[in-house]
Design a protein around this ligand. Structure first.
Ligand code: 5AD
Ligand code: SF4
Length: 440
């Protein structure tokens, strides 16, 4: 049997796309290789959001080229966002690449990779952007699953390459989504994460007779028997309208955890980013969410060093981080992406200043997150058990509804919900003991 290996970069959408790529390859009769070195077909599912993933990919492709010189039969395929953004240049820059395809073309992978795993000589870039409702899928996790609800993005954030790469937003039909969630529940999945580039604007582009809003989708998923936890990512603050907030607060399965990308705390920079909200409006949203959803955990994304960002703008970001008190925050140094509006803006910030701001921001973020986790000590948390702890095999590992990883001594099986008393914390994890093990 010929073997494949898929290497994934980037976001959860890409990780989920890789589940489809694997499913497609398996439907062609290939099996998964134990290590990339044993593979006959190497797939790289790429990301181009910042320069760093681009550089990392170049290193991986260098290794692939060396292997291909020793094994000329090796098929090298490059998919995902970098492939879509670079299109034909891929073959110029990396002449040993056999197949390149964009994120919308996974259903057509079989047209380019023949049964048995040989590439169909084509040299043509595959880009279809069709919404494939059902595809073969190789799911990586047993009790948690991603469910794609839309693809593409209609926003015009001036720093972001994604709209150019993944195209206009296209919502998947509600009936299809709910049918997939029901099928997952029957297979034993207990936690779903709805995925979209701008997940909470889902539904607005649907045909009039089925047009509906994201809040309604949450309610429909909440009714599915067996699904205990519902998450979604990534939402845009501008699309948290009142009915969505009401649905989150009223649906038992929707978790008390939201990702609310801030990007910057300065209204001036937010305007240049074309985020369409201001600092006060973002803070009012946080307040409304916290009022409606007790015990809410908040995560965020922040960019430092956007063109024109002054020390005063950056101070505003630090102030918002302090004021909101995020449980988790992904922090990024601004990376100009060619073709985006911000890449050609004047006043690009120097690398030294970006690095300095990044360090200061990370300090505040870690201190806040550590305090938020420390406040959980002494509480009992509902933990969805995932398996043994990664650092200590005598412990179990799982996640709380607020999405914090917990390592704990316990007796529950993977897929079960355990009640865990929290006994310790760091800035990223909790430690505890299952309630049944605590002496009365
Ligand atoms: N430079 C740095 N960070 C970026 N992001 C998106 N585009 C860029 C860029 N050009 C960040 C944003 C987004 C996250 C997924 O990546 O914070 O929310
Ligand atoms: Fe995901 Fe954006 Fe990277 Fe594409 S470019 S993989 S959408 S993070």
């Amino acid at each position: 049997m010929r073997r494949y290996s898929v290497t994934t970069f980037g976001c959860q959408m890409n990780a989920h796309d890789s589940e489809r790529i694997k499913g497609m390859l398996e439907s062609l009769g290939l099996g998964e290789a134990v290590a990339p070195d044993d593979a006959d077909v190497l797939v790289f599912n790429t990301c181009t959001i910042r320069e760093k993933p681009d550089t990392k990919l170049a290193a991986y492709l260098g290794e692939a080229a060396a292997r291909k010189r020793r094994h000329p039969d090796l098929v090298v395929a490059v998919g995902g966002c970098y492939a879509e953004a670079q299109r034909e240049q891929i073959f110029e820059r990396y002449p040993f690449v056999d197949v390149a395809f964009g994120p919308g073309s996974i259903p057509h992978l079989g047209d380019w990779i023949e049964a048995g795993g040989h590439a169909v000589p084509q040299g043509r870039f595959g880009s279809h952007k069709t919404f494939a409702a059902t595809l073969p899928m190789h799911r990586e996790r047993r009790f948690s699953a991603w469910v794609q609800v839309s693809m593409g993005c209609n926003s015009v954030c001036s720093y972001c390459i994604v709209p150019a790469v993944r195209g206009r937003e296209q919502s998947r039909r509600p009936g299809e989504i709910v049918a997939e969630v029901e099928a997952l529940a029957r297979e034993g999945v207990r936690e779903i994460t709805l995925l979209g580039q701008n997940v909470n604007s889902w539904g607005r582009d649907l045909a009039p007779e089925i047009r509906t809003e994201f809040g309604e989708l949450l309610r429909a998923c909440d009714k599915v028997e067996g699904i205990e936890r519902i998450r979604f990512t990534s939402p845009h603050p501008k699309d948290f309208r009142a009915p969505v907030i009401a649905a989150i607060s009223e649906c038992d399965a929707v978790c008390e955890h939201l990702h609310l990308p801030l990007q910057s705390g300065s209204s001036r920079i937010l305007k240049a980013m074309r985020r369409t909200y201001t600092r006060p409006r973002y803070l009012r949203l946080v307040e409304a969410l916290r009022d409606a959803i007790p015990d809410l955990a908040l995560g965020t994304d922040i960019i430092v060093g956007f063109p024109g960002e002054t020390e005063a703008d950056f101070q505003e970001t630090l102030e918002v981080v302090e004021e909101v008190g995020y449980d988790t925050a992904f922090t990024f140094v601004y990376s100009p992406r060619s073709g985006t509006e911000a890449a050609s803006m004047p006043d690009q910030v120097s690398e030294d200043v970006k690095r300095d701001r990044m360090e200061r921001l990370v300090g505040v973020v870690q201190r806040t997150a550590a305090a938020r986790n420390a406040a959980r000590v002494g509480r009992v948390e509902e933990v969805l058990v995932e398996g043994p702890s990664r650092t200590d095999a005598s412990l179990l590992r799982g996640r709380t509804r607020r999405n914090t990883t917990v390592n704990f001594s316990g007796v529950s099986d993977p897929g079960e919900l355990a009640s865990v008393v929290i006994e310790g914390s760091t800035s990223t994890t909790l430690r505890g003991r299952e309630l049944s093990l605590v002496p009365a």
